[in-house]
Ligand binder design. Structure first.
Ligand code: G3P
Length: 216
């Protein structure tokens, strides 16, 4: 499974990259706003330089032609940029046009297997089902991931399933068990994944025993 980090915060991205397990980054207008600025070449290129892998940059245009223009601009910023588009009728149309030009697209705000089927047909590189937001409204986000994976396997679609809106470590485990290609993980959840009380307890005991014999 590939690990992307779901943030536009450069410090978090640097820390995750230093862990040696980071494959990519996903941003969106809300995450950019959290950092105090909208999509800009300087920040995105800096993120690309740190991660050296796919970095999703989301368009804010809502009409196909404007989406395509904005997507082409972002794709020109760095070879690692993946253009992120909403899963709307306009977004699917823009996806097809950008994919035909060889530009990688991540289709976001996907909430159903039908939407995932549409974006695969339009040549998306990634589809991002939002599992946390489905859970929030008493639907089962992980069932949607499983159903999309089954459909993609049935027809050998190459679109990768990117589990998004991950809220806790078990979302990552369940997405991995389902076979999702990528999880995009908030920094806080990534840190939680390292923790196990028995690791801490066991390490403390090993170090204590080592100290006993080291002192003689
Ligand atoms: O990757 C999508 C993510 O940024 C949305 O997460 O927690 O706002 O539903 P959340």
């Amino acid at each position: 499974m590939k690990f992307f980090i779901d943030t536009a915060n450069l410090q978090e991205i640097r820390e995750a990259a230093a862990m040696g397990i980071l494959d990519g980054v996903t941003t969106n207008p809300s995450l950019m706003a959290k950092e105090g600025k909208p999509n800009n070449k300087e920040t995105i290129r800096e993120i690309c330089g740190v991660v050296g892998g796919p970095v999703s940059v989301e368009v804010v245009a809502i009409e196909p032609d404007a989406m395509i223009k904005e997507g082409e601009e972002y794709a020109g910023w760095d070879k690692h940029v993946v253009v992120k588009l909403p899963t709307t009728k306009a977004g699917v149309k823009a996806c097809k046009a950008l994919a035909d030009k060889g530009i990688k697209v991540n289709m976001t705000l996907c909430f159903s297997p039908n939407q995932a089927l549409l974006v695969a047909k339009a040549g998306a590189t990634y589809v991002s089902p939002f599992i946390g937001r489905l859970d929030d409204i008493s639907e089962n986000g992980m069932d949607v991931i499983r159903n999309i994976l089954t459909i993609y396997r049935n027809y050998n679609y190459q679109t990768q399933v990117l589990a998004a809106s991950i809220r806790h470590p078990m979302h990552v485990v369940d997405a991995a068990l389902a076979g999702a290609h990528v999880s995009t993980i908030p920094f806080k959840v990534l840190e939680m994944m390292f923790n196990h009380p028995l690791t801490d307890k066991g390490l403390a005991a090993f170090l204590k025993d080592y100290e006993k014999v080291r002192k003689g």
